[in-house]
Design a protein around this ligand. Structure first.
Ligand code: FO1
Length: 309
């Protein structure tokens, strides 16, 4: 059984490749929920939905989120009513997910139970586990005050200067059912090429998860979300600088100190290999971009080979 830590679109690409290369049921995906937010009274879990839609073959591959060929008629009507936050574009089909999730939450179901119902309904074989069933929210401090991840990422197009990132509620949270057991029983653990700060960071902030990783019996393999000093997609480099980290594959290795045994980095970062080795992490240089389905499978195949699968 292989456990994958993920969040955002980069992680979903690798997971798509992994699910094509091994029996999908061998995968257990531990997903960030720090990006979750309420829009129009509906609870939205972007990273969970991105993974489920990807594995169900429903994802809008151009955008990397939402449902392919979706329409936005409800959003247009919401706009006419002067609804807030229509900058977060929710498609008509996508709304069904948020309506059902909000209904189930109202009935007292946990996020993990709801996620399991959704993935089974949509025929997704891998288990998809939220990092926690409690509310943990990434909050980004800016000169104009604290904003949510979606306000930073979508509304403000990453423009604000972020001076600090915190994971509100993390101290009071606990791993969702099955999370620490999956880490303990894993044959291998993969940290996907997700934003280290706002996709993997929240997962590691849930008490017990980092400890479970440090006590692991299985190898942990990471894939860098950065090439040279730039994120392959998203604001990872900017947020790493905000958190006082070097925006590079080495900076990622430092941030995941003690948690990785092997680390896939871009060929362009060959020069960082010795510094990464010096941290008891085996650097593996390869092409880590995944612009096509074939490249997703190719990188997934290399990652699986590195853990003897
Ligand atoms: N990202 C955008 O850049 N613009 C959007 O309007 C947007 C809408 C959206 C709706 C549902 C959903 O599941 C994801 C959506 N995303 C959008 C992506 C989302 O902000 C990111 O996938 C994650 O939060 C980043 O990890």
């Amino acid at each position: 059984m292989i456990v994958v830590f993920t969040g955002g679109t980069g992680g979903a690409k690798l997971i798509e490749g992994l699910a094509a290369e091994i029996t999908p049921a061998e995968l257990t995906i531990i997903c960030n929920t720090g990006d979750d937010a309420v829009f129009h009274g509906l609870y939205v879990s972007p990273d969970i939905d991105t993974i489920i839609y990807t594995l169900a073959g429903m994802i809008d591959t151009d955008k990397g989120w939402g449902i392919k060929h979706d329409t936005f008629e409800a959003l247009k009507q919401l706009d006419r009513f002067g609804a807030e936050s229509t900058w977060f574009t929710l498609g008509d089909r996508d709304l069904a997910t948020h309506i059902m999730r909000t209904k189930f939450i109202g009935q007292g179901l946990k996020l993990s139970e709801i996620t399991d119902r959704f993935r089974r309904t949509l025929g997704v074989q891998p288990r998809v586990l939220p990092m926690t069933d409690e509310r943990v929210e990434s909050r980004l401090e800016t000169p104009e005050g604290e904003i949510s991840f979606q306000e930073f990422f979508v509304r403000d197009h990453w423009a604000p200067d972020v001076t600090r990132v915190r994971f509100a509620g993390a101290e009071q949270s606990s791993p969702a059912p099955g999370v620490t057991e999956a880490i303990r029983r894993a044959d291998a653990i993969i940290i996907a090429p997700s934003n280290p700060i706002t996709s993997i960071g929240p997962i590691l902030a849930v008490p017990g998860i980092r400890a479970a990783l440090l006590a692991r019996n299985a190898p942990v393999v990471g894939v860098s979300p950065l090439i040279a000093a730039t994120a392959i997609s998203g604001p990872a480099h900017k947020l790493m600088v905000s958190c006082g980290l070097t925006p590079s594959a080495l900076g990622v290795a430092q941030y995941y100190a003690g948690l990785m045994d092997k680390f896939f980095i871009g060929r362009e970062d060959q020069g960082l290999a010795s510094d990464i080795s010096a941290r008891n992490i085996n650097p593996l240089c390869t092409d880590i971009r995944m612009p096509t389905a074939a490249s997703k499978r190719h990188l997934a195949r290399e990652v699986l080979a590195s853990i003897g699968k």
